[in-house]
Design a binder for this molecule. Structure first.
Ligand code: FNR
Length: 183
């Protein structure tokens, strides 16, 4: 059985991040031929173009993790109607030096959960814009905008049966999207 590896980039560094919980809960309902690895972005320096020729070990590790993956899953909160700076910092790091971006051609998808009713819609739209420029084929549908209300996660960070019913179709389409792009 062919296996597909997915690099998961979570846009929150918060210890109890709902988005990290969402990433874990999504991985738990994925088909068995997909495996998910969380990419650490919390130890990256602030991107500085002066360092392009002497990247920090954490930058090299990030780029290797993306290179090794068949696909990408971005799970992000919305900060002030856009993506968090830590996520943009990671994206910028892995896009450089010029001509050596590791994003191009990797199929991906975006999802996110917030406490507000907008459900990360604007952050996702900003992220899609960035990914389009970086040549990441990003799943267009289904879009999903999640608000973390009572009953979305159970007490242990797993989906409740209701949330699983909502997300299973999304995950199945994501798996198909990755397989369709990986030769
Ligand atoms: C937020 N939050 C937020 N929520 C939202 O729906 N739209 C927004 O624009 C913002 N803006 C915002 C800015 C900043 C700086 C913070 C810290 C928070 C609230 C956000 O949804 C909430 O903190 C989530 O819990 C963040 O996701 P994690 O860290 O739980 O994954």
């Amino acid at each position: 059985m062919q296996r597909y590896t997915i690099a998961v980039v979570v846009g929150s560094l918060r210890k109890d991040s709902f988005n990290r919980q969402l990433a874990g809960a999504l991985a738990a309902i994925a088909p068995q031929d997909l495996s998910f690895t969380l990419v650490d972005i919390g130890d990256l320096p602030l991107y500085n173009q002066d360092d392009d020729n002497q990247p920090a070990p954490s930058v090299l590790r990030l780029k290797e993790a993306i290179k090794a993956a068949d696909g990408l899953l971005f799970v992000t909160p919305e900060y002030n109607r856009s993506i968090p700076g830590v996520l943009k910092n990671a994206i910028d790091h892995a896009s450089r030096p010029y001509g050596q971006s590791v994003w191009a051609g990797k199929p991906g998808a975006v999802v996110g959960i917030s406490i507000g009713p907008s459900g990360t819609a604007m952050a996702q739209q900003h992220l899609r814009n960035i990914l389009a420029y970086l040549d990441v084929p990003t799943m267009g549908q289904p879009e999903i905008f999640l608000q973390n209300k009572e009953g979305f996660f159970d007490g242990e960070g797993h989906f409740t049966p209701e949330s699983k019913a909502l997300l299973q179709g999304w995950m199945d389409r994501f798996a198909a999207w990755i397989k369709q792009h990986v030769k």
